[in-house]
Design a protein around this ligand. Sequence first.
Ligand code: ADP
Ligand code: AMP
Length: 211
Amino acid sequence: MSSIVLFGPPGAGKGTQAQRITEETGLPQVSTGDMLRAAVAAKTTTGLAAKSFMDAGQLVPDEIIIALIEQRIKDDDAKKGVMYDGFPRTIPQAEALAKIDQISHVIAIEVPDERIVERICGRYTCGDCSAVYHDSFNPTSKEGICDSCQSTNFKRRADDNADTVLARLSAYHEQTSPLATWYDERGVFFGVDGDRNIPDITSDILHILVK
Ligand code: ADP
Ligand code: AMP
């Protein structure tokens, strides 16, 4: 099993790229954010424990996240590797991951902080297939209809507001960004300029993955 990690600040475009890379590589997207939101909606023990951290824009404790991942990668679709999106976010998470999966590429989608608030505050997703859109930068082709599944059911995230974004960015800089050096020292870190149009970034990532 060999997997890849999509790395970057909140709103960098990890989920957007993950959906496109899955289409090309077949690697399933494993988003800890999506898993936690599902747990919160289902009011599971994990969801109840995670909710206050997510609402405040803080990282959920490592032991909760690591338990979710250990369980997820036992699924059949993970046998040939996965694409982690939003995980790992701390050095202890990366150390735990190193014990259970081999990481061939960590792709960092680099976007300056001043772009992040506008990206996150304009984000909406399809409530049925989870396709990611943006009010101005990446709207649906036909207003109110999902391009991927024709659904008319869209959602906005509770934590996608200007106040929480600033807390999420601080958490990224303080707790997550040190992972760039950690993975660079292990020879698997690749940066891409994420402040460009979506297809150009996808093309760069696919080129890196065949290296
Ligand atoms: P992340 O998963 O890293 O939090 P998303 O993929 O959800 O980020 O993207 C955040 C927002 O930015 C979404 O509304 C998405 O449509 C938009 N977006 C993604 N990539 C780009 C891009 N290259 N240029 C402009 N907007 C983008
Ligand atoms: P995301 O969907 O990746 O933007 O994550 C939304 C929120 O879920 C974050 O602000 C954190 O509160 C929590 N979260 C997601 N992934 C992790 C992780 N790997 N470690 C800690 N908290 C996480």
